[in-house]
Design a protein around this ligand. Structure first.
Ligand code: FAD
Length: 231
């Protein structure tokens, strides 16, 4: 089952980001810089309107993610401005049948769902047979499917998270990674409300659609004039 946990983050993320921005425009020393909660809200808005997005890199967020498929984790790790530690299929052997993700389309189709479960079972049996033959787990794993679940710890800074949400909360992104992104956003928003206030697909953040997805329910709500204030 999917589990997404915000494990840790830069303390007072909006304070450090606002201080970094203030420093750029202030003659004061570092230790004299002060930002009130009201300043933070104002500074965050100003940084977005100026496009001063590098200040967002001072706050990092670490998530534990469990129960996603290897197909999903492969999409996740394409985001290069992040750090990852993923459970190894070389060092961790599946003695019990491996857990796997079943996409909703398969789950809802009785015939497809039965065939899917059957192939997962025989893949596990084939994997076990390899292990019993003395084949190392790192080679037996070649039999494991994309559906097989994995777990990882991932760290992204606020700038990369906004970019990630633009791409992966879009209705065109695959459901599994959309669910991961939605769970991440709901947690970072609680601790960083101003920065992630308008986080989401580009239609929500910036008023334009990357995908020109005219059949998407959000498309009709777009501003007619696209904003170019994106990252
Ligand atoms: C709907 C969708 C469909 C996709 N389909 C495919 C597919 O069919 N095949 C496929 O291979 N991939 C596919 N991808 C993955 C996609 O190409 C990207 O690899 C992935 O979304 C990571 O995004 P990114 O490269 O913008 O950003 P990140 O890696 O998250 O980096 C953030 C930003 O940093 C900058 N950056 C990072 N690295 C570099 C660099 N080396 N040089 C210059 N600038 C850099 C860029 O501005 C980049 O946008 C798909 C993604 C989506 C959302």
């Amino acid at each position: 089952m999917l589990k997404v946990v915000l494990l840790s983050y830069t303390p007072a993320p909006e304070e450090i980001i606002s201080k970094a921005a203030k420093l750029c425009y202030s003659p004061k020393n570092i230790t004299e810089l002060e930002v009130t909660p009201a300043d933070q809200k104002r500074m965050v808005r100003k940084m977005f309107s100026l496009g001063h997005h590098s200040t967002l890199e001072h706050a990092a967020f670490t998530f534990g993610i469990e129960g996603i498929s290897r197909a999903c984790s492969h999409q996740l790790v394409r985001h290069r401005m992040a750090s990852y530690s993923q459970q190894s299929q070389r060092y961790v052997r599946f003695d019990q049948p491996f857990e796997f993700v079943t996409p909703d389309t398969v789950r809802k189709n009785r015939k497809a769902s039965a065939a899917y479960r059957k192939i997962m079972k025989s893949l596990h049996e084939a994997y076990r047979a390899m292990i019993e033959e003395g084949i190392p787990a790192e080679d037996a794993r070649y039999l494991l499917p994309n559906a097989c679940t994995t777990k990882l710890i991932m760290t992204m800074n606020a700038r990369e998270l906004l970019h990630f949400f633009n791409l992966r909360l879009c209705s065109r992104a695959q459901k599994e990674i959309r669910d991961v992104a939605a769970a991440m956003l709901s947690q970072v928003r609680k601790v960083t409300p101003h920065i992630f206030e308008k986080a989401g697909p580009t239609c929500i953040s910036y008023g334009y659609c990357r995908e020109e997805a005219k059949d998407c329910p959000l498309y009709s709500r777009l501003n007619k004039k696209p904003s170019t204030a994106g990252l």
